[in-house]
Design a protein around this ligand. Sequence first.
Ligand code: DC
Length: 227
Amino acid sequence: MNKIIIAIDGHSSCGKSTLAKQIAQALGYVYVDTGAMYRAVTLFAIRNNLIKNGTPDKEALISSLIDIKLSFELNNDNLPEIVLNGENVEKQIRSMEVSGLVSPVSVISEVRRYLVQQQREIAKNKGVVMDGRDIGTVVFPNAELKIFLTASPEVRAERRYKELIEKGTPASYKDVLANLQERDYIDSNRSDSPLKQADDAVLLDNSNLTREEQFNETMQLVKKVLS
Ligand code: DC
């Protein structure tokens, strides 16, 4: 069967990765979480004092890109986890500290170019479900299926807050809501590759959808493309 590229873009914490993982598993495709790549670069920047008072030291970070080696390894559930210079940092990149600094790091064009090149390399044989902000617009403008996923900020904050608490990560609902609204703003208003719905993307608002309904709707779209 023909393999395709499925691009899932959308706002912060709207369940892109949950959907992307389910679709990848159903099709036997590779799942690529591009947000994890931007988060790992941010973690590297924090650890190496390349962010001062919330502002990345752009020149220093750009010169350090060569020292940032990213890869993915499969966990026991067969799901990819991000590896930064040989260390699995899947858990560390989900902290509120990284969430608070990742958008300013993602604004830097050289960071984007460095990661986009790797994203294209990973998907060169297709059979990939990739989620992010610019996958359908910039990384794969010719992706066979593009989904633009969203939900109301309150619904997203509530889901994200519950997830953090369940994982034992300290968080407050107010901070989570403020963080995702700030990220939405920066991600949608940056000049390089802003978050926006591609003209040919299908809009899916999952505020009132269960995971199963969202999965079924997407699988219908996949089947249509593959038929
Ligand atoms: O998907 P996420 O919330 O883990 O992504 C974290 C941040 O990374 C997001 O706020 C913006 C940035 N990002 C990006 O600029 N482009 C992508 N393709 C994916 C993520």
